[in-house]
Design a protein around this ligand. Structure first.
Ligand SMILES: [Zn+2]
Length: 418
């Protein structure tokens, strides 16, 4: 169905915006509804700004099931003693409702695409598809015990790819390598070859903690980024989450290969992993987007708080008030993130994919409104998002998502049975 958004603020102008076939087709001062197909839906944009939606480049949506469990535990202890034992007990119901509930939280925060990694690919893909947002999804492959498991890995990847292709749109597969320290060279080679053969992204956790990075250097003489490069995995389809302990030469290497980093400031702060060197990454020309990580280590799927945290962290950690401007981090959360997805979105312009939000300019954080981008980064919260649109489809309007009460009820029920 075509969609006409009337009298929304776009930059300094008031514009009518027409969306057809999932893309912005006309942006003009006045588009007469009578001139459009009778089935065109109109949305009142008065008092709203139309803006690109956000791209979340690293998440584990279903982990919202375990939000609040094990807070304050070091990463490796947290994974080994709390999260992984719980995850072994998760049923398909847990995963489906957890992912769907996580997606609703993303929609509320204006996110329309998530590079997600989690168990039980069929349930996760189904939930993402039904939520209406886009996903590039991967299973977090972890070290297999032997040859049989290696054969199984290729079979699983083939099955997951067929499943992703069975969706008409918005669901893509990436190849997950949980991390260097949880995988073997043999399985990474299978992942590399499968990704190359099928032109898929590879999604991993990279140099997240000092311990992981030091152990890698001790055992191989190389940094994790150097190991991935030696194994032929670093290229423009590689996405490494965190990148906290990258060296200067790692940043240059990743930039040279065209690889991307998912900067997850809240997760890195909460788990005390360290600080991604945002300024050094920009200077090296390293591509990065913003990620929420999972709701156990954040504990939100909220790009407003991620932008604010990233900007404050960059300034505080460098003692430089000029570091990481609001405009820079806003672009990281929108256009730069969508570029990592290879999606032609992140901008309100004719021909671009119609992934956008309407924000209520009466929201307290957006008043008096001297500088909208600064307000979005430093003062706004997800509550300013009135409407979320993905691929031209309205997923939330007036902060209502159709069916959200049923999802919340079912999610509460399954979360109580963890
Ligand atoms: Zn993660």
């Amino acid at each position: 169905m075509d969609l006409l958004i009337q009298k929304a603020r776009l930059g300094t102008e008031i514009r009518d915006v027409l969306i057809q076939n999932g893309r912005f087709s006309r942006i003009e001062a006045n588009i007469a509804p009578a001139s459009l197909a009778p089935s065109t839906r109109t949305l009142d944009g008065i008092g709203m700004a139309i803006l690109p939606s956000f791209a979340n480049v690293h998440s584990h949506a279903a982990m919202v099931l375990m939000r609040g469990l094990g807070d304050g535990t070091p990463l490796h202890e947290w994974l080994n003693n709390i999260i992984w034992p719980l995850e072994r007990r998760l049923t398909s119901d847990h995963i489906y409702w957890g992912t769907l509930f996580g997606c609703l939280e993303m929609i509320r925060s204006g996110i329309t695409a998530a590079h997600d990694m989690y168990w039980q690919t069929p349930q996760c893909m189904r939930a993402f598809y039904e939520s209406g947002i886009r996903t590039c999804f991967c299973h977090p492959n972890i070290i297999p015990p032997g040859q049989a498991a290696l054969d199984g890995l290729r079979r699983d990847l083939e099955e997951h790819l067929a499943l992703a292709k069975s969706y008409p749109s918005r669901v893509e597969l990436s190849v997950g390598i949980h991390a260097l320290y949880t995988t073997s060279p043999e399985m990474r080679a299978i992942c590399r070859d499968f990704a190359a053969e099928n032109n898929l992204a590879v999604h991993t956790h990279l140099s997240e903690t000092k311990r992981e990075t030091n152990e890698c250097i001790q055992s191989t003489g190389k940094t994790p980024a150097e190991v991935f490069d030696a194994e032929g995995l670093l290229n423009d389809r590689f996405i490494g989450a965190h990148g906290v302990w990258l060296t200067d030469s790692d940043r240059q290497l990743l930039a040279k290969r065209g690889a991307s980093i998912a900067h997850c400031p809240s997760s890195n702060m909460k788990l005390a992993s360290g600080t991604f060197q945002e300024g050094a990454a920009r200077r090296a020309g390293l591509r990065f987007g913003l990620g929420t990580d999972g709701a156990c280590s954040n504990n939100r799927y909220d790009m407003f708080s991620e932008m604010r945290t990233a900007a404050l962290l960059a300034k505080a950690s460098t003692l430089d008030p000029v570091a990481c401007s609001a405009a820079e981090i806003y672009r990281t959360a929108t256009a730069d993130g969508f570029r990592i997805f290879r999606l032609d979105a992140g901008e309100i312009a004719v021909g671009k994919l119609a992934d956008c939000i309407l924000v209520d300019l009466d929201h307290s954080g957006l008043v008096p409104g001297h500088n909208l981008v600064s307000d979005l980064v430093y003062a706004a919260t997800p509550e300013c998002v009135d409407t979320t649109i993905c691929a031209g489809k309205v997923l939330m309007h007036r902060r209502k998502i159709p069916g959200e009460d049923e999802v919340r009820r079912a999610f509460r029920e399954v979360a109580a049975r963890l």
